[in-house]
Design a protein around this ligand. Structure first.
Ligand code: FE2
Length: 507
């Protein structure tokens, strides 16, 4: 049994192994190594359901990645394995709620996605898996409330495994949260950077088994596992889950479209296999709809966007080449977003996307420079998104993002050139969990050149958002040193957004 840096509820849950009652029909299997070494996770919380996840790994994950990268995936020839799942009201499993059997098949890398239905709204549940003589650790999850007056979520992104340890997740796991939102770059396809603290051990993945091995390596981290086991997660991807700076069916470093689409299909399948997402996503990986909307009573409407799969190709050269027909979300998602915002009854409406929505001139002085991989390369598309925010009259829009490896807080303007304009939304970008940050100088330039950017920091960590009836508060949590294991974390800056008044207020 893998022992992780678990919190008290996990420890006492493990102590309850004696009360586990086998259902009798799972095929007995004797495992040489812990098949649950990648941990457990839950996600997609609705008022009456939640998705439980695990992936059985039939050998040590680190051994798998150090093997010959051209060897066939050893699990692809393995048999299906029956897995029992169990949900209880208490961590001791003395009040069982539901249990069942699911077949983990090699076609999906023995991943398990169970949608548990018929649960009570706004309730904590405990869950675990068992197969043969092996048991998983205990996870905790929470359904969405039908009504609530308070909600806490954390958001995180960009966790290059080699560039640092996951101290931020160790800290997050001990917090009082209802949900974690991951905004992309859960894995990185390539190695880069200095002072690497650990190694991928393999090259850039392009085949399905290679992407699987990369996820297995990242998910072998005990602090990441602890954060998954502690809360339900919602996740969207960015580019590094496939390849750097890809756009729809094109990538700067990838060959022709047909070859890239095959690679993207493999990457999308591996993402599905390792995320606590709805089992219905397994229907096909040529395209994968991950944009979605979640409600948490009338307090929070949470809209998750996909800015990678449907976007127009990147501009080559200047932002001036942008044309109105260019898209970031694609027409279908864009129309869906407009309807979703218009239909939301929630007091706070969080739009979770991958990067900084606000304009950011990166060049000092009268010259201008923009990140063409972000919304600044998709000017017209951003305008349409902001039009949808305004025309829908959605209440208290708050944008969250990642990607930049830096924390930002911003007043979102319909026209960023108009310094006097009233903000129409508020934006918070979380720093990276570990990935290399930009220079302090570049952040200072960004703040100087863009008055709507109110704060920036090159620290590593994550953000916590606390919503209630009157305000939303955001804490930026930084870790002292990503190169150290179990580095201490602390809140280094907090903000408030008042009900009915978009804009950043420093606390
Ligand atoms: Fe990143």
């Amino acid at each position: 049994m893998m022992r992780i840096d678990r919190r008290s509820f996990l420890a006492s849950g493990l102590a309850a192994a004696a009360v586990w009652r086998p259902l009798g029909s799972a095929r007995a299997e004797s495992f040489k190594t812990d098949p649950f070494a990648l941990g457990v996770a839950s996600g997609s919380p609705r008022t009456d359901s939640v998705v439980l996840w695990t992936r059985l790994i039939l050998e040590d994950a680190s051994a798998a990645v150090s093997a010959d990268p051209f060897a066939p995936d050893p699990q692809s020839v393995a048999d299906p394995i029956d897995v029992e799942w169990m949900v209880a009201e208490d961590e001791a499993f003395s009040k069982p709620v539901q249990s069942g059997l699911v077949r983990a098949v090699p076609e999906f890398a023995h991943s398990v996605h169970v949608e548990v239905k018929g649960l009570q709204p706004g309730r904590w549940y405990f869950y675990r898996f068992r197969s043969g003589d092996a048991e998983s650790l205990v996870g905790r999850t929470k359904t969405a409330a039908e009504s609530t007056d308070a909600f806490r979520l954390a958001f995180a992104s960009c966790q290059q495994y080699e560039q640092g340890f996951y101290s931020a997740y160790g800290d997050m796991a001990g917090k009082d949260l209802d949900l974690v939102v991951h905004l992309g770059d859960y894995i990185y396809e390539r190695s880069y950077g200095a002072e690497l603290v650990r190694k991928h051990g393999t090259g850039v993945p392009s085949m399905l088994y290679e992407y699987r091995d990369r996820y297995a390596l990242y998910k072998s981290d005990p602090q990441l596992q602890a954060a998954h086991a502690a809360f339900p997660w919602l996740a969207v991807w960015d580019d590094h889950e496939v390849i750097n700076n890809y756009a729809n069916d094109r990538a700067p470093d990838a060959p022709a479209s047909t070859a890239f689409i095959a690679r993207r299909r493999a990457a999308y399948q591996a993402w599905f296999e390792h995320m606590p997402v709805h089992p219905s996503l397994a229907n096909g990986f040529d395209a994968l709809r991950i944009y979605d909307h979640h409600r948490f009573g009338n307090l929070l409407g949470l809209t998750l966007l996909d800015t990678r799969q449907y976007r127009s190709p990147q501009l080559q050269g200047a932002a001036a080449g942008d044309r109105p027909e260019r898209t970031m979300l694609g027409p279908v998602q864009e129309e869906w977003l407009g309807k979703t915002l218009a239909g939301s009854q929630a007091k706070w409406n969080v739009i979770a996307q991958q990067t900084l929505l606000s304009e950011r001139d990166t060049k000092a002085g009268p010259e201008t420079g923009y990140n063409l991989d972000g919304w600044d390369g998709y000017h017209a598309a951003r305008g349409r998104l902001l039009d949808a925010v305004q025309s829908s009259a959605v209440r208290n829009p708050v944008i969250i993002g990642g990607d930049l490896h830096a924390f930002y807080a911003a007043d979102v303007k319909r026209d960023f050139a108009d310094e006097k304009a009233t903000p129409i939304a508020t934006e918070f970008v979380g720093g990276s969990i570990t990935s290399d940050a930009p220079s302090e100088k570049s952040l200072a330039t960004a703040l100087a050149e863009n008055p709507h950017l109110k704060f920036a920091s090159d620290k590593h960590g994550y953000a916590i958002m606390r919503l209630n009836d009157r305000s939303t508060e955001v804490d930026f949590v930084g870790i002292a040193d990503r190169k150290q294991q179990n580095s201490p974390a602390s809140v280094f800056q907090s903000f408030a957004v008042a009900d009915g008044a978009a804009g950043v207020n420093r606390l």
